[in-house]
Ligand binder design. Structure first.
Ligand SMILES: C[S@@+](CC[C@H](N)C(=O)[O-])C[C@H]1O[C@@H](n2cnc3c(N)ncnc32)[C@H](O)[C@@H]1O
Length: 337
């Protein structure tokens, strides 16, 4: 448990009724099919069967943290903002090489267990998360990873349903591609990342698990325009454009020129923070300090105004303790524009 979470634990009070109608401190809730439908911005009937299976099998109970516990969290976030935080960008490549090198060693040592591919930031731990304007403490350590599993299935069954090939940029150890390939082996998959350790993991994964996943080195800050994607491909990113800060222009140009059937992202979207809300204010400052994605949605909206792209979906879902990293965004180039 982190220092901040220990502090929250000390300050948490037993459940009590809030006469103002605010969430009761310590109240337990669950994300069920209806909860997920509202989180995804769809009707309960449109939640795909595969998502339902994951939701039913997982433990999505959580406790809402209010009062002094919430104060302690905000204080901790403000204190973190005053400290040294690593900033996304070229200086971080070594950290990614090391991280995915560790994942490869773990995957090999386990004899090829797909669960070992999950990155450190999604491994089971009872982290406090941001959900629907609240800080909440999940009952299970797998809450965030199970949420990502639901999103993988949702992307696969909806936005990517009809594509024949999927390219994930900034794919890291490839756990999203493995989930896609296991549920839809009829498509081909390519994982691209600037860290060479990612390609080593993918080579091991495709041979061990017998999945059609290829790895390719690719720097999103300096996209190689000779790296073509198949016609009518689906392009996905999960927490990868995040790393580009405001330097996403060349990558967006590359994506548009690639002319995919669909682009779908699970990324932080800075424009969705409400500057009038303390809850959003601290998260926005955190994202700025880490150098996370900023301006991408505004640029897509400007392109849409000019008739060059079509935005199909934007919805904020969930965040870690510090910021909202999980916003889904789907768009496609307008053909012939
Ligand atoms: C937060 S991780 C996300 C990994 C994976 N998509 C996931 O869902 O866990 C960010 C990934 O982006 C990659 N990355 C960061 N900057 C990049 C760049 N300029 N070009 C290509 N990959 C980059 C990192 O190597 C890392 O694998």
């Amino acid at each position: 448990m982190h220092g901040l979470e220990r502090e929250v634990e000390r300050n948490a009070r037993p459940a009590g009724v809030d006469e103002c109608g605010a969430p009761r401190e310590g109240e337990t809730r669950t994300l069920d099919i209806e909860g997920f439908a509202s989180l995804l911005g769809i009707t309960p009937e449109s939640v795909p069967a595969r998502c339902r299976e994951i939701i039913h099998a997982a433990d999505f109970d959580y406790e809402v943290l209010g009062g002094r516990a919430r104060d302690a969290i905000v204080l901790g976030v403000l204190q973190a903002l005053e400290g040294d935080l690593s900033v996304a960008g070229p200086a971080r490549i070594e950290a990614w090489e090391n991280g995915w090198g560790d994942v490869l060693a773990r995957f090999e040592a386990s004899g090829g267990r797909p669960e070992e591919l999950w990155p450190h930031y999604l491994r089971p731990e009872r982290r406090i998360v941001r959900l629907d304007g609240e800080y909440v403490r999940p009952k299970a350590g797998t809450f965030e990873a199970d949420f990502v599993r639901v999103m993988q299935a949702w992307f696969s069954e909806t936005f990517l349903r009809d594509v024949r090939s999927v390219y994930e940029f900034g794919c890291g150890p490839g756990h999203n591609l493995v989930a896609f390939a296991q549920s839809r082996p009829d498509r081909s998959y390519t994982g691209l990342d600037w860290a060479t350790a990612s390609q080593k993991v993918l080579a091991k994964v495709s041979s061990t698990l017998d999945l059609d996943i290829a790895g390719r080195r690719f720097d999103m800050l300096h996209p190689d325009t000779s790296c073509a994607v198949a016609p009518d491909a689906g392009i996905v990113t999960f927490g990868a454009l995040e790393q580009l800060g405001t330097s996403f222009g060349p990558m967006l140009d590359y994506l548009r020129a690639a002319n995919p059937a669909m682009c779908v992202h699970l990324e932080p979207v800075h424009e969705l923070y409400d500057p009038e809300s303390l809850f959003d204010f601290v998260a926005a400052r955190y994202a700025e300090k880490r150098g996370y994605l900023r301006g991408y949605l505004s640029e897509l909206r400007a392109l849409e105004q000019r008739g060059q792209v079509e935005i199909l979906h934007v919805k904020k879902h969930l965040g870690s303790l510090y910021h909202d990293g999980w916003v889904s965004l789907a768009w496609r180039p307008r053909r012939g524009s």
